[in-house]
Design a protein around this ligand. Structure first.
Ligand code: 3PG
Length: 316
């Protein structure tokens, strides 16, 4: 009997791929080669993706044998879960795999604004040394500022916990009622209050369709003129022309955006030419430990395929 086939469309940790290849046939079509992808999908029992493979009805049509989709990562917005369910295709992912990596990334962005650091490259005269120290005075400290976390899920909570320690006050807004024990010291507030009161705003909502354009012109106009605004959730949550207009009118504000819509960022994106917008190429989860943990989805895929194979062989 031939081994089940698993198709992998985006880079995973090599050790995870090797582990899977000991158990199943693993096919990795070259990126951008649609004919190779079509051939691979035609006999695929499982598919493993990250951010950039859209698993929709059109793809599922091309994979008639598919039984499980593994998302190596947290977000499921690139996977049409309803279409998968309608075809009996299970969806598994790694919801906690990059919480630490994203938390560290968000805080490194905040520190890069509040305490920007440039190491010394050459010997300095006493005068230059003094003048460098004088010109390096940071205008603000985090202590005493308010952190606003939009979305208090796993990552939002982890970011908020650090905020409570460093800043003293963290507030959050979430569409869910978060039990007091899970608030990590952050206070619940309304959406508008969060925007108006936060010195640092960080977005950690999920990729549900209703979050598209959540930060539009009206939301931007509520933010402080010197806000530090961070988005490491999904690009479509932010209306980019509206944010660009806000940043242009408020030159003391700074936006640090790790996610974009679309990715890569097209040349006409207004934020590319906005001086106080700092853009990063979707790097929040990019640590080796997080990549290993996200690649751990191979185990859930193995388990699901093994289960369905034995169920089918028992005629269930
Ligand atoms: C996620 O949803 O887990 C993140 O966006 C990470 O995605 P990546 O593996 O494509 O960086």
């Amino acid at each position: 009997m031939s081994r089940p086939r698993v198709v992998i469309t985006e880079p995973l940790d090599p050790a995870a791929v090797a582990w899977l290849a000991e158990r199943f046939e693993v096919v990795q079509p070259p990126a951008g080669d649609d004919a190779a992808l079509a051939d691979a999908l035609a006999l695929a029992d499982a598919l493993i993706v990250r951010t950039y493979t859209r698993v929709d009805s059109a793809l599922l049509e091309r994979a008639p044998r598919l039984r499980v989709v593994g998302r190596a990562g947290v977000g499921l917005d690139n996977i049409d879960e309803r279409a998968c369910a309608a075809r009996g295709v299970a969806v598994v992912h790694t919801p906690d795999a990059n919480t630490h990596a994203v938390t560290e990334f968000v805080w490194s962005l905040i520190f890069s604004v509040v305490r920007p650091l440039e190491p010394i490259a050459t010997a300095l005269t006493e005068r230059d040394w003094r003048s460098l120290r004088d010109s390096s005075l940071a205008p603000r400290e985090l202590a005493g500022m308010t952190l606003g976390v939009l979305g208090l899920g796993r990552i939002g909570r982890s970011v908020a916990r650090v905020g409570v320690t460093l800043m003293g006050r963290a507030i959050y807004h979430d569409i869910r009622d978060i039990p007091a024990a899970e608030r990590v010291g952050a206070e619940p507030v309304g959406f508008e209050e969060l925007l108006a009161e936060s010195d640092v705003i960080t977005i950690h909502v999920d990729g549900r369709a209703s979050n598209r354009g959540l930060i539009g012109a009206a939301a931007c106009d509520l933010m402080k003129p010197d806000v530090i605004f961070i988005n490491a959730s999904r690009g479509f949550v932010v209306d980019r022309p509206a944010l660009a207009s806000f940043l242009t009118r408020n030159c003391a504000a700074v936006a640090l955006l790790d996610v974009h819509d679309p990715e890569p960022i097209p040349a006409e994106d207004p934020l590319l030419s906005t001086a106080n917008a700092r853009l990063y190429p979707h790097l929040a989860a990019a640590t080796a430990p997080a990549k290993r943990a996200m690649s751990g989805v191979v185990e859930a895929v193995w388990f699901t395929l093994t289960e369905t194979t034995s169920r089918n062989s028992r005629g269930c």
